[in-house]
Design a protein around this ligand. Structure first.
Ligand code: PMP
Length: 452
C-alpha cells in the first residue's frame, strides 16, 4: 500500500520519502486524496520561515494557523519556556498551584477588552475553551439551549463540532449530538441573496431572523443560555460581520438575559489588528474562549475569560484537565502578551493588513477568478470563484493557487475543498517579505487563471 502512495505536488524527494510513510503510520484522514495540505516536511522553523527536509525555504503566511503570532520559535519566548520548564516542569494547576498561573491570569484580566471579564479559567486547546465556556453558560443560566451560527467553527470534538456548523462533512455521523444547539444565519455578505442589500441591512436581517423565526418557532428565548459567536468568522473564509449584527446580538442578549460567548480563539492576540477583535465593536461580552496565539505557540494552552456572573454564581461545574494551565505555557503566554504590547504588534498588523488588503482588492478588478478580498489586520481572505457573475466557488483553482504558492516558496492557509485562500502572517513579519509573498500569490492567481 505504501508503495502505491504517491502524493502529487510534493516539493522534494526527501519530503516524498517521509510522506510515503503516512499510510503505514497515520489515519487515512492525514494522507488521503481529500486531505492533502502542505506537501513538504519541515526540518526547521525560524521566524517567518519554514525550511523543509530538502532545503527549500517557505515564507510562512499561516503563523501555524494563527498560533505563532510572533513568528516561529521566537527566541525570547523559547528562553522563557525553557527557564519555566527548568523551574517547574509540569504541575497540576489546582493541586500544586504555581506562580505563572497567577501572573498570567492578572495579565489577561489587565488586557481584557470588556470590563465584565475578570475571571480566568485554564484549558489546553481552543476546543476545550469553547466547550467549557458553553458549560459555564449552561450551568450559570440553568437553561438548556445555545444559539450558534451557520459557518462557525469551534473545534472537532463532538461537543464543538455540533456547536459549530462548517459544512456537512464535519458533522457526518455525529448529527445526533446536535441536541441543544440552534443555528441562525451569520452575515456572509459576499454571498447574501437577494443581492443589492447594503451590509448593514444584511446584519439587521440576520438579527431579525432570530427574533422573527427562531424565537417564536424554534427556541423560546427563556430556554436559551447564551449566544456563541465568532467576532469574525475565520475558518469558513473570513466573514467580517456588519456592525448592525454585532450590536444586534448585544441588544438581544440584554433583552432576553442571554450570555454572549465571543470565540476569540483565532481572532485573539493581535490577529485582526486589535488585541481582540471584539474591540472593533466595543461591546461587553460574558465569556471569551482564547487559545492558539495565547502562548505564541510555545506550549499548548487555552483559557476562558469570564464574568463574575458566568463563572462564580455556582460551583456546580467541573472544568480543566490534567495539562491545563501548564507552568511553562503560562510563563510564555505572559511574555508573549508583553512583547505584543511593547512592540505594538496589533497596531502594526492593522496598518500592514490594510495595505495588503488594498492590494488584494485590486486583484478583484484584475482577475476574473478573484471574487472578493476581505478581512481585518492579518486575518485576510481571497475568495476564488469560477466567474464573477455566478460566484460559483472555485475549489480546484484555489487548490492550484495554493500548490503554486508552495512551489514558489510561500505557504498561505488553505484547507480541503475550500475556495478562500487565507493570509495570516506573523504580526512581526518584515514588510518586504510580506510584499514578496503577496507577489507570489498574485503570480499564482494569474497563472491559474491563464491555464483555465
Ligand atoms: N474556535 C475557533 C474560532 C477556531 O478557529 C478554532 C481552531 N481553528 C477553534 C475554536 C479550536 O481550537 P483548537 O484547534 O486549538 O482546539
Amino acid at each position: 500500500m505504501a508503495k502505491e502512495h504517491k502524493p502529487s505536488h510534493v516539493v522534494g524527494p526527501k519530503s516524498l520519502e517521509y510522506l510515503s510513510k503516512e499510510p503505514r503510520l497515520f489515519p487515512k484522514t492525514y494522507w488521503s486524496e481529500r486531505t492533502k495540505l502542505a506537501r513538504f516536511v519541515v526540518a526547521k522553523a525560524e521566524g517567518p520561515w519554514l525550511i523543509d527536509v530538502d532545503g527549500n525555504r517557505y515564507i510562512d503566511l499561516t503563523s501555524q494557523w494563527a498560533t505563532n503570532n510572533l513568528g516561529n520559535v521566537h527566541p525570547k519566548l523559547l528562553e522563557v519556556t525553557i527557564e519555566a520548564m527548568r523551574q517547574y516542569g509540569f504541575l497540576i494547576f489546582d493541586m500544586a498551584p504555581h506562580v505563572p498561573q497567577y501572573e498570567l491570569a492578572e495579565k489577561l484580566v489587565e488586557i481584557s477588552p470588556c470590563p465584565s471579564l475578570t475571571k480566568v479559567d485554564y484549558e489546553i486547546s481552543g476546543t476545550e475553551a469553547v466547550e467549557n465556556a458553553v458549560k459555564f453558560a449552561l450551568s450559570a443560566k440553568k437553561r438548556p439551549l445555545i444559539l450558534s451560527f451557520i459557518g462557525q467553527y469551534h473545534g472537532l470534538s463532538i461537543g464543538t463540532v455540533v456547536l459549530g456548523s462548517l459544512g456537512k462533512d464535519l458533522i457526518k455521523y455525529y448529527e445526533g449530538f446536535r441536541g441543544s444547539v440552534v443555528y441562525a444565519p451569520y452575515p456572509y455578505v459576499y454571498r447574501f441573496k437577494p443581492e443589492g442589500m447594503e451590509p448593514e441591512e444584511i446584519g439587521k436581517w440576520c438579527i431579525d431572523y432570530i427574533e422573527d423565526y427562531i424565537l417564536p418557532y424554534v427556541a423560546p428565548p427563556e430556554r436559551i443560555s447564551a449566544v456563541l459567536f465568532e467576532p469574525i468568522v475565520a475558518e469558513a473564509g473570513v466573514w467580517v460581520p456588519p456592525d448592525s449584527f454585532v450590536h444586534g446580538l448585544r441588544k438581544l442578549a440584554d433583552k432576553y438575559g442571554w450570555f454572549l460567548i465571543c470565540d476569540e480563539v483565532q481572532t485573539g492576540f493581535g490577529r485582526t489588528g486589535k488585541m481582540f477583535a471584539i474591540e472593533y465593536w466595543g461591546i461587553d461580552v460574558d465569556l471569551m474562549p482564547l487559545g492558539k496565539g495565547l502562548s505564541g505557540g510555545m506550549v499548548p494552552i487555552s483559557a476562558i475569560l469570564g464574568s463574575e456572573e458566568a463563572m462564580c454564581t455556582t460551583d456546580d461545574i467541573f472544568t480543566g484537565s490534567t495539562f491545563a494551565g501548564h507552568p511553562a505555557a503560562c510563563a510564555a503566554a505572559k511574555v508573549n502578551i508583553e512583547i505584543m504590547l511593547e512592540e505594538r504588534l496589533p497596531e502594526r498588523a492593522a496598518r500592514l493588513g490594510e495595505e495588503a488588503l488594498k492590494r488584494m482588492k485590486e486583484w478583484v478588478d484584475k482577475y476574473e477568478i478573484v471574487g472578493d478580498a476581505r478581512g481585518r489586520g492579518f486575518l485576510l481572505g481571497i475568495e476564488l470563484v469560477k466567474d464573477k457573475k455566478t460566484k460559483t466557488p472555485a475549489k480546484e483553482e484555489a487548490r492550484e493557487v495554493f500548490f503554486e504558492c508552495i512551489k514558489n516558496g510561500v505557504l498561505p492557509i488553505w484547507d480541503v475543498d475550500e475556495w478562500v485562500i487565507r493570509v495570516e502572517p506573523p504580526l512581526n513579519i518584515e514588510e518586504e517579505l510580506l510584499d514578496k509573498a503577496l507577489n507570489v500569490i498574485e503570480d499564482a492567481i494569474a497563472k491559474v487563471q491563464k491555464s483555465r
